[in-house]
Design a protein around this ligand. Structure first.
Ligand code: KG4
Ligand code: ZN
Length: 336
């Protein structure tokens, strides 16, 4: 089964043709990041406008690279939640138009389920059940993936997402948006033990995260050093910050795996590109004899291919939509 999939939830207009949920026939990502960089973050109104301008070309290019026309496609998949509502609406309406004009089934896909499915494209042997750490610019979740379309959130952030914390810390050191990747690079040559940043102690769910206190601590550190006219030890701050975030994520992820009896751990979302997170998760899994999976760097960020993979499993589970499909800015991963 070949699915043409569309992703427009944030600042990438993306599409792909995916076969049987596991093979990428073509994949095109048009990023708007250079324009949003000017403002230090995504400007929702600009994002919607750029999606409108790009989507036709992105889909034509995706079909051209696949050397296919629409009559060789079996279904249309689209991200419908969560994300920027104006941005999502562009993809959803385009997909509805395609479905209406071709008669092809329309498959709504939850964006975070898509991030998890990026792993199915890279690891042919990977199948649920497994425990997944989904870390992106907007979300930090520990998700029990019981089956392809049966998921339960075990823990989540109470405030900032991990990616958001990376981006805000990077911004406070003058790095361009999105700063996560720049902070990760700067951290490579820094001392991770140079600064002690707080690890939150939360009451209630032991698997929840909190990153806002850590972000504030870094910003304060930078302000204090700047006010004293000191040279900012950027690489050391980045390395210490990165270590604190990664260890926070990993502590809860590993504790949840032990408590719930999972020995297959999966990373997903933009922050799964973080080099320390990948390395440390692999190390801890090796120590315990667990299987460890994360997507290749090309599939960590937003893309259409991951949506096409998940769309296949949603279709098999009977999750299709009609012309009443609407986009939603928020939606629990468990209740798609
Ligand atoms: O999944 P994604 O592309 O978009 C959302 O769905 O939010 O995630 C983007 C996030 C950004 O916050 C970005 O800074 C972060 O992923 N990110 C990283 C790295 N690469 C991307 N964070 C830390 N280290 C990286 N290497
Ligand atoms: Zn994403």
């Amino acid at each position: 089964m070949r699915i043409l999939s569309i992703e427009s939830s944030c600042d990438e207009t993306a599409a792909a043709v995916i076969e049987d949920g596991r093979r990428i026939i073509s994949s095109v990502v048009a990023t708007q990041v250079e324009e949003h960089k000017l403002y230090g973050g995504v400007v929702p109104e600009i994002a919607s406008r750029r999606h409108c301008e790009s989507i036709n070309g992105v889909i034509n290019e995706t079909l051209a690279q696949a050397q296919m026309s629409l009559d060789m496609i079996d279904a249309i998949g689209v991200t419908y939640a969560p994300g920027l509502i104006g941005a999502l609406l562009v993809g959803v309406n385009f997909a509805k138009g395609l479905s209406l004009s071709t008669g092809l089934p329309l498959i709504p896909v939850h964006h975070l389920r898509g991030h998890i499915a990026a792993n199915y494209l890279a690891h042919q042997e990977l199948e649920p059940p497994f425990l997944c750490l989904v870390v992106s610019g907007g979300h930090s979740h520990i998700v029990e993936v019981r089956d392809y379309t049966d998921m339960k959130v075990i823990g989540k952030t109470r405030d900032d997402a991990a990616g958001e914390a990376f981006d805000k810390a990077a911004r406070s050191m003058g790095m361009p948006y999105p700063g996560g990747i720049h902070l990760d690079k700067a951290a490579q040559s820094g001392d991770p033990d140079a600064f002690r940043f707080p690890r939150p102690k939360l009451s209630g769910n032991p698997y929840d995260f909190s990153f806002s206190g850590l972000k504030t601590a870094v910003i304060n550190q930078i302000h204090n050093a700047t006010q004293r006219g000191e040279q900012l030890p950027v690489n050391d701050i980045c390395a210490s910050f990165r270590k604190t975030v990664v260890e926070s994520l990993l502590t809860n992820f590993l504790a949840a795996s032990e408590e719930l009896g999972y020995n297959k751990l999966v990373l997903a979302g933009g922050v799964s590109a973080n080099s320390l997170l990948r390395e440390r998760t692999q190390q801890e899994c090796d120590k315990r004899g667990y299987k460890c999976y994360y997507p290749p760097l090309s599939l960590c960020g937003d893309n259409g291919a991951m949506i096409g993979s998940q769309a296949y499993y949603e279709y098999k589970a009977g999750n299709t939509a009609d012309m009443t499909l609407n986009a939603a800015a928020t939606m629990n991963i468990a209740s798609q």
